[in-house]
Design a protein around this ligand. Structure first.
Ligand code: APR
Ligand code: ZN
Length: 378
């Protein structure tokens, strides 16, 4: 089996939350797989859950799951993609065959293996220098110069979309768009509140503006994040607190039509049903640490006819939705360049997670080549 050497950010769990930059061996793509040269990888909150020990994954782990790049090699049987295609990677790699997948709900596939860092056949193409298996987080392992993924998880994108923007469409932006369009089904004129204005929350806000929601209320603990949220389309910014429901009710005339939690904190998740009006929808996008329980007011839920929606990957159908998001971006309707605050080389990945822990930066994107940014001529 032919392999190539790749540089990647690896979490071993034996050095606290620090990632090491290691040389790994990556095997050639097998049947139905492609090798992608990664050009941009977003630093997303889910990776932080893992390296802070909140979620368990197979180790050593090649971190990262938000990626865009160029198809570099194709395995046997790959018909949809060609070398040179620009692609966005989907991290939820459903089986493509079950009732859920064929019924338009791939995010509900029960046979998915990418959650366990496995390719559809249960294996990995990565090995460490000493020959042990290494596991790509969510079967992507985006923080690697090159990756091997199933062909259906590499979605072709218009090459006019810069790689850094494209990478975000694979997770935070796609999830935010899907939460608004697929989960909450927000229509023009509805009111919305978004708790947490980080990478995912800002994507929800941009998509709410695209959908014509008004007002759009952003909630965060950071004034700087609220200022950015207003640039992305929020009409109001509120610092969170115990009286949040009253303040939202005042701005919306009795509660928002749709509310989104984009942090993954129990306290803010518990607040969410109280932010919506009777008949409203509360969408849970942020993912909490394993094993945490929520307390909600049962009478309020039932009597007020509220809908609570769990959002896995924004209810996305990647092959349908990634191109839609890309087209909205190219048409100037989704201001995605503004979501990216910082671009860094792979070597600065630990500092990027430190900044996230301090609540700084909207999104850091790891770029593998200086030309891979929205600002650069393409
Ligand atoms: N109230 C309001 N906002 C808060 C609070 C709080 N108590 N605590 C943190 N925040 C804000 C932070 O200031 C930050 O702006 O929440 C935001 C979180 O954003 P990021 O750290 O950028 O995380 P992100 O990548 O957006 O992911 C958020 O979505 O997909 C999931 O796994 C992901 O659970 C994570 C969540
Ligand atoms: Zn993510």
């Amino acid at each position: 089996m032919a392999t190539i050497e790749v540089r990647a950010a690896v979490y071993r769990g034996d050095n606290g939350d620090r990632l090491g930059i290691e040389q790994l061996q990556l095997a050639d793509p097998e049947h139905g797989e492609v090798r992608v040269r990664v050009r941009a990888a977003g630093v997303c909150g889910s990776d932080r859950h893992v390296i802070d020990g909140e979620w368990q994954v197979p180790l050593p782990a090649v971190m990262g799951h938000e990626a865009a790049g160029v198809v570099e090699a194709i395995g046997a049987g790959v018909r949809e993609l060609a070398v040179g295609d620009h692609v966005i990677i989907a991290w939820h790699q459903a089986c493509q065959r079950c009732a859920e997948c064929t019924g338009g709900k791939p995010w509900a596939c029960t046979r998915v293996r990418s959650n366990d860092s496995q390719l559809p056949d249960g294996t990995t193409r990565w090995h460490t220098a000493d020959g042990a298996a290494a596991w790509p987080y969510l079967a992507v392992g985006a923080m690697s110069e090159r990756i091997v993924v199933p062909d259906f998880a590499a979605i072709r994108v218009d090459p006019r979309v810069p790689f850094d923007v494209a990478s975000l469409i694979g997770c935070s932006v796609g999830t935010g768009y899907g939460a608004v369009v697929n989960n909450a089904r927000v229509v023009a004129g509805e009111s919305a509140v978004v708790v947490g204005a980080g990478g995912v929350g800002m994507s929800i806000i941009s998509s709410l503006r695209l959908a014509g929601a008004s007002p759009i209320i952003a909630v965060d603990v950071s004034e700087a994040k609220l200022a950015e949220a207003k640039r992305a389309g929020a009409t109001h910014g509120l610092i969170g607190g115990a009286d949040l429901a009253e303040r939202v009710a005042e701005l919306t005339g009795g509660g928002a039509d749709a509310a989104f939690e984009a942090i993954g904190r129990v306290a803010t998740m518990e607040q969410l049903p109280g932010l919506i009006r009777p008949g409203g929808r509360a969408v849970f996008v942020g993912l909490p640490p394993e094993g945490q329980e929520l307390r909600i007011d049962g009478l309020q839920l039932a009597y007020d006819g509220k809908t609570l929606i769990g959002s896995n990957y924004g209810g996305l159908v990647p092959a349908r939705d990634f191109p839609r998001v890309a087209q909205a971006y190219l048409a100037g309707e989704l201001p995605l360049d503004e979501l990216i605050s910082t671009r860094v080389p792979l070597e600065e990945v630990n500092e990027a997670f430190d900044a996230m822990r301090r609540g700084e930066r909207t999104r850091t994107v790891i770029v593998f080549d200086e030309d891979d940014t929205a600002g650069a001529a393409n």
